[in-house]
Design a binder for this molecule. Structure first.
Ligand code: ADE
Length: 227
């Protein structure tokens, strides 16, 4: 899989992709991630990429030409399955959408900034608009990072134990059960006996029950966890 990200502040994202699972996934050639600076595609003086909005109003808007230059130049080399715009008014990102996107070959993500991007980009180039939550961020970079992380851990071979992504919270509509590691007791707080019993049928049953209880509790709080 290949993921290209267009950003006005690429420095914000670079280190995120250079650690842990995402780093190993790239080293193993399971995913290629490229971050591009929108300023590299502008023909305006002083590397300008934004301007005041027509009709007045506060806030700058990302201009159409630099973005079109970037999209068209990248599209000459790569055929994108989706061109995604990160925006608070987009479709809500969830595990189902992560699963869906993880099956694509090539994704291009565009991070908005300032007041947004010229609407004509959305009308003529964007194939999917995604929000990572009902709040407004300063830009789409965190959204692109969240989505890339959620997608990459689903790619076969990225996690050491391939089944572990399948056991993640949300994959079966249930939250994951609690987990413990050494020591068995800390300040009198004990690991549940069943986990130390060696009885795998009992352990599975306990984990499943914990998942159901956690899910019920969370549903009760937000009313939003969907199966
Ligand atoms: N850009 C600004 N806010 C955002 C959000 N909530 N999700 C995705 N991109 C955004």
């Amino acid at each position: 899989m290949r993921i290209d990200i267009l950003s006005a502040v690429p420095q914000l994202m670079e280190s995120f992709f250079q650690h842990s699972i995402l780093k190993r996934a790239q080293e193993s050639k399971l995913v290629e991630i490229y971050i591009h600076n929108i300023r590299d595609y502008t023909n305006y003086k002083h590397a300008q990429i934004d301007d005041y909005q027509f009709g007045g109003g506060a806030g700058l808007v990302l201009m159409i030409e630099p973005l079109v230059n970037a999209i068209e130049s990248l599209s000459e080399k790569v055929k994108y399955d989706e061109i995604i715009f990160l925006t608070p008014d987009g479709e809500m990102f969830d595990q189902k959408l992560a699963n869906h996107l993880s099956m694509k070959e090539n994704l291009l993500m565009i991070c908005g900034h300032y007041k947004g991007i010229d609407q004509r980009i959305r009308d003529h180039f964007i194939t999917k608009e995604i929000s990572i939550g009902e709040y407004v961020l300063s830009g789409g970079e965190l959204g692109a990072a969240v989505i890339t992380d959620a997608i990459c851990r689903l790619l076969p071979g990225v996690l050491n134990d391939e089944t572990s992504a399948l056991l993640d919270s949300f994959q079966d509509g249930l939250l994951a059960p609690p987990v413990y590691t050494r020591p068995e007791e800390f300040r009198g707080w004990k690991v549940p006996d069943v986990l130390l019993s060696g009885n795998h049928a009992k352990i599975d049953e306990w984990r499943n029950q914990q998942s159901v209880e956690r899910t019920e509790r969370r549903k009760g709080k937000s009313g939003r966890l969907e199966g």
